[in-house]
Design a protein around this ligand. Structure first.
Ligand SMILES: [Zn+2]
Length: 50
C-alpha cells in the first residue's frame, strides 16, 4: 500500500510508501514551484492511498 498525492496547481504527482517522506516532498514542491506554504495536515488530507 502506498500514498499518492497530485498537485492541485500543476501536473506534479508523487507516490511513496513512506507517508512522512511523501509529505516532505509535497511541501518542498509547493514551496519551490508555487511559493505555497502547505501544512503537513493539508498534505495528509489531500493524499490518496493506492
Ligand atoms: Zn505543483
Amino acid at each position: 500500500m502506498a500514498h499518492q498525492y497530485s498537485c492541485g496547481s500543476c501536473e506534479f504527482q508523487v507516490r511513496s510508501e513512506n507517508e512522512d517522506e511523501l509529505i516532505d516532498i509535497v511541501r518542498t514542491h509547493a514551496d519551490d514551484m508555487h511559493d505555497m506554504n502547505v501544512s503537513r495536515g493539508d498534505v495528509r488530507d489531500g493524499m490518496q492511498t493506492v
